[in-house]
Design a protein around this ligand. Structure first.
Ligand code: AMP
Length: 282
């Protein structure tokens, strides 16, 4: 694997491979099987696979979360090499934001950014879209691989690419889970062991919702039922929403949209967990 730290060096290198299909996996690092499944998918589809590791400060709405975020570069490099990733892009803040971070994108994505994660993590999606836009501008991939785990993020990036008119395909990949169902996340290592043991409550609740839903179910009622299930000691749900999977608008009945997804965010002690499950997919 070749590692690049500067925009100039990676662009010069990629200039030699103009006709090759480039697959790109943007990450914050602390890589686990969830990230590596995206690398595998890119390797299956594309001729060159690039992973970026950049702990983007502008998407952390809480400075404590950024401070505590695990940094495991040597281990990450080892994992990427084992999975035969071709290129790692590991830039500094100056490379990503040569003019500073104080600018807005020209694209308005507020329709997808204000609910759920946007409501509880103000500024998070603006920062995420800012860095993804910059990374796509630098790398100009053909395909971008993202996890369904961050479903709203995937939808925003898909719309960003579409609204700018870039010829890039944004691919959503399945959620990789621990054996008990907890979605893999870089933040899971921070879970207190007693809390970790019960952290599959998110997935269990999503599965129960899916089992209990039919054409006549009142989905608002089901959201409230799910919130009650998630209120166990040490756990504090922020939201449980059942929405149109294309627009993220609320739905009252399954028939209101062709694809419907349930999304949740829950504080488990001082770690914030998110998860989701399609209730209906077209
Ligand atoms: P992050 O480093 O958290 O920004 O994640 C980088 C990419 O990996 C995003 O597209 C995430 O959705 C994806 N990802 C993170 N965890 C998982 C998981 N458990 N399964 C699948 N994809 C994941």
């Amino acid at each position: 694997m070749i590692i690049f730290n500067t925009v100039k060096a990676i662009q010069e290198y990629l200039g030699h491979f103009k006709r090759q299909r480039i697959g790109f996996v943007p990450t914050l690092g602390a890589l686990h099987e969830g990230h590596l499944s995206l690398i595998d998918r890119s390797r299956a589809d594309a001729e060159i696979t690039i992973c970026s590791i950049y702990l983007n400060p502008t998407q952390f709405n809480e400075s404590k979360d950024l401070e505590r975020y695990p940094r495991t570069l040597a281990d990450d490099i080892h994992k990427l090499e084992q999975r035969e990733c071709d290129i790692l892009f590991f830039p500094s803040d100056e490379e990503v934001y040569p003019e500073g971070t104080d600018y807005d994108l020209d694209v308005d994505l507020s329709d997808l950014m204000t609910s759920m994660e946007g409501e509880f993590r103000p500024g998070h999606f603006e920062g995420m879209a800012q860095v993804v836009h910059r990374l796509l501008e630098i790398i100009q991939p053909d395909h971008i691989y993202m996890g369904q785990k961050d479903y709203q993020q995937y939808l925003i990036v898909r719309e960003l690419v579409k609204r700018i008119g870039w010829d890039m395909k944004v691919v959503a990949c399945p959620i990789i889970r621990e054996e008990d169902g907890l979605a893999k996340s870089s933040r899971n290592v921070r879970l207190d062991p007693a809390i970790r043991n019960r952290a599959n409550i998110l997935y269990e609740t999503l599965l129960s919702v899916k089992e209990n839903v039919d054409r006549s179910t009142d989905l608002n009622y089901l959201e409230n039922w799910a919130l009650e299930q998630l209120r166990i000691p040490d756990f504090q749900p922020e939201y449980f929403r059942i929405v149109n999977a294309e627009t993220l608008e609320s739905v009252e009945l399954l028939s209101d949209a062709s694809s419907v997804i349930a999304c949740t965010a829950v504080w488990a002690g001082d770690v914030r967990l998110i998860d989701n499950l399609f209730l209906k997919k077209d």
